[in-house]
Design a protein around this ligand. Structure first.
Ligand code: FAD
Length: 268
């Protein structure tokens, strides 16, 4: 068992790693949290940095449940992936506004620095990647806000200079919708680089390798490791996006037992 160092997702204050904190002690529990910082992540999304003094740390890829309590006692909770990992008593989230949603518009538009929230976690033991676990190639596939847990994984890979070859396929609508661009640029420039392909469905930036267009089975096949590479694949995004990608991976001959999926919801 090893304690992991905090990863440097922007907005997260790096703290020394207490040698006594180990993964096995990270049992999920409720924690009081305070909003430490908010910043726009895209025109439709916001980055939230939460101070969680009792946070036990989390692995790259894990998520938490966030609970809001209204003045009349009404409560609502939703799951959010964690863009940071390691031992810091802070977590970084990125929330996309779902039109007519109950919780996400509040988090994107109304929550302010100093507001109190509650979080339950860390959660999820399957959609996790740890540096040093294996030298197998890793393929990350994100649709929209599904990039959040994959940023935690890519950042941990880059900071550990882990030798596993890493690729990211990221499907977004426009260049403005790319989350965590500084972190992705850093991961791409790291000693153990992240090979990144961004597919823009509506507007591509000048000089993009391909014109704007929806992700297809063929463009996915061009961007990801071939089935014979035996990559471990992490797919995350809305439920329809994940289901479509899983179908294509199966049709292209990928071993589905090597694929881990996280579905954020939405009609399928
Ligand atoms: C493990 C996990 C991790 C998640 N991580 C993130 C994250 O990092 N960032 C993030 O922005 N969201 C994430 N989500 C989605 C999040 O939990 C909420 O579902 C989302 O914020 C919408 O909540 P809401 O209360 O605004 O909408 P609701 O009031 O719950 O729903 C309103 C309508 O929107 C639909 N809907 C709900 N969620 C989605 C969605 N994701 N896409 C499209 N339509 C939807 C519902 O079906 C409903 O019709 C995650 C979900 C899971 C299960």
């Amino acid at each position: 068992m090893t304690a992991s160092a905090p990863t440097s997702v922007d907005g997260l204050e790096a703290r020394p790693t207490p040698a006594t904190r180990v993964t096995a002690h990270r049992r999920p529990a409720w924690h009081a949290a305070t909003v430490a910082a908010v910043s726009p992540e895209s025109p439709n999304a916001r980055r939230l940095v939460l101070d969680v003094p009792t946070w036990p740390g989390n692995d790259p890829g894990q998520h938490l449940d966030l609970r809001l309590t209204a003045e009349d006692g009404y409560q609502a909770s939703r799951s959010y992936s964690i863009a940071s990992s390691g031992e810091a008593p802070q977590v970084v989230l990125a929330v996309d506004r779902v039109v007519d949603g109950e919780v996400s518009p509040f988090l994107v538009d109304a929550v302010e620095v100093g507001d109190a929230l509650e979080v339950h976690g860390p959660l999820g033991g399957w959609f996790v990647w740890r540096p040093g676990a294996s030298e197998r190639p890793v393929q990350l596939i994100a649709g929209g806000s599904g990039i959040v847990p994959l940023v935690a994984i890519a950042t941990a890979h880059a900071e550990a200079a882990d030798p596993a070859p890493f690729r990211l396929l990221y499907a977004v609508r426009t260049p403005e919708d790319v989350f965590f661009r500084p972190e992705l640029d850093r991961a791409a420039a790291a000693g153990a680089p992240l090979e990144t392909t961004i597919v823009y469905s509506r507007v591509a930036p000048p000089g993009a390798a391909s014109p704007a267009g929806r992700l297809t089975r063929e463009s996915l096949a061009r961007a990801v490791f071939p089935p014979e590479a035996g990559a471990l694949v992490y797919v995350c995004g809305s439920t329809p996006f994940v289901e479509q990608v899983l179908r294509w991976l199966g049709e292209l001959g990928h071993d589905t037992t090597d694929v881990r999926a996280e579905r954020f919801g939405g009609a399928s």
